[in-house]
Design a protein around this ligand. Structure first.
Ligand SMILES: Cc1ncc(COP(=O)(O)O)c(C=O)c1O
Length: 393
């Protein structure tokens, strides 16, 4: 081995060495151990749905995979048809059509864009506001870009909404604010007025708003989550991230998009040009088809998830949890029903029942005291999970 490549740790960057573990890191190993002991595991840990990908996506991908024109590098702006379909979707959904050439950028899943966006606006020492608990790439991207991360605890008494006052009151040098509603992990939702106030607070602080809208379509009971295109000045201060993953069960396909302020979108495209060369064009062709034909898929899919949500709420209440039905997302966010720390509780539940729950503390210190259960298995399995856990409480 040449100097610097040995894994002694000395060769690795300080920023790398000080990275915290990624939340789901050791779950696969524990699951394997349980399975090898004959335990039938019910995994409610990751937000990775077990449901079918829309037929429109699968057939379009097969066709596009045979198209010799679609086999090369996609580069950053990708397939014009995908950007057109995204613009049409945004207009149908949020009432305003972004310019498919200037306001939109395809991504290899929204996670990649969210993490890389940090490099477009942050200089070392700049301050960012990160909701806690929250999705790990907010912290990871900012931290790797050398920024000063200020965590804001999402509290039950605020309905798990990050108060716009926290944006106004953040320390000096505030440059970037991460918001995500419908929220992972808390399931919290916001209305247009909240978003308008958050946008206003960012404008006052001259901070960029990164709005993570990965769950924009996973909503129930008639709720339609608002986005940056819905509120005055939203796209002046912000950039929004969307994904096909959760809406269409397409987590493995790695396709999403950024939309919003054209200067920010262009900057992200430039940063990304040093990291990747675009999403496989047949996947973008399939993404276009999926969005164009989503009305044939989404209502039935959301009905399945709603039934799962209701079954899970009943099952976990029956087991002794305080479970609220979220109006959106794939998650129940529940106080730990014992006096154990969330990680100890989740580990005991896994070892004694074979049910994987996400400990709140794995999503940030602000998540301590809670566990998250994902609606990623059928109703019968959710009921079984509740029964198993109820038996050890
Ligand atoms: C809040 C949030 N944002 C973004 C994503 C990223 O999804 P993807 O990279 O599959 O688009 C996830 C996935 O779990 C998420 O929970």
């Amino acid at each position: 081995m040449s100097p610097g490549t040995e894994t002694s740790g000395r060769a690795l960057a300080r920023r790398f060495r000080e990275l915290p573990g990624y939340p789901l890191e050791d779950i696969p190993r524990i699951k394997e151990e349980l399975r090898s002991r004959g335990v039938e595991v019910i995994d409610l840990g990751a937000g990775d749905p077990d449901l079918d990908v829309p037929e429109a996506a699968r057939s379009a991908l097969k066709r596009a995979a045979d198209d010799p024109e679609l086999q090369g590098y996609a580069f950053q702006r990708g397939l014009p048809a995908f950007r057109e379909s995204v613009a049409d979707f945004m207009e149908r959904r949020f009432g305003r059509r972004p310019d498919p050439d200037d306001d939109l950028l395809p991504l290899l899943g929204s996670k990649e864009g969210i993490a890389h966006f940090a490099f477009t606006v942050l200089d070392p020492g700049d301050r960012v506001l990160v909701p806690d608990p929250g999705y790990a790439p907010y912290f990871g991207g900012s931290y790797l870009a050398g920024a000063e991360v200020e965590r804001v605890e999402l509290r039950a008494e605020h309905g798990f909404r990050l108060p716009p006052e926290a944006i106004r009151g953040a320390g000096d040098g505030l440059k970037l604010v991460y918001l995500n509603y419908p929220n992972n992990p808390t399931g919290a939702c916001v209305d247009r007025d909240y978003l308008r106030r958050a946008v206003e607070a960012c404008r006052e602080r001259d901070a960029v708003l990164l709005y993570d809208h990965a769950y924009s379509e996973v909503a129930f009971d008639g709720y339609r989550p608002p986005g940056l295109l819905d509120v005055p000045g939203g796209t002046d201060v912000g950039i929004e991230f969307h994904s096909l993953s959760k809406t269409f069960n397409m987590t493995g396909w790695r396709l999403g998009w950024a939309v919003g302020n054209p200067t920010l979108v262009r900057a992200l495209s430039r940063v990304k040009s040093f990291f990747d060369t675009g999403a496989y064009l047949p996947i973008q062709a399939a993404g276009a088809e999926t969005l164009d034909r989503m009305d044939a898929f989404l209502p039935g899919h959301l009905e399945t998830l709603r039934r799962r949500r209701d079954a899970a709420v009943e099952a976990f209440r029956g087991a002794g949890f305080e479970a609220e039905a979220p109006r959106a997302t794939l998650y129940l966010w529940m106080p730990v029903p014992t006096d154990e720390a969330s990680e100890d509780f989740a580990r005991r539940v896994l070892e004694e029942t074979g049910v994987v729950l996400m400990p709140g503390s794995a999503l940030g210190a602000g998540g301590e005291g809670y566990v998250r259960a994902a609606l990623t298995v059928p109703e019968g399995r959710l009921r079984e999970a509740g029964r198993r856990i109820g038996a050890i409480l």
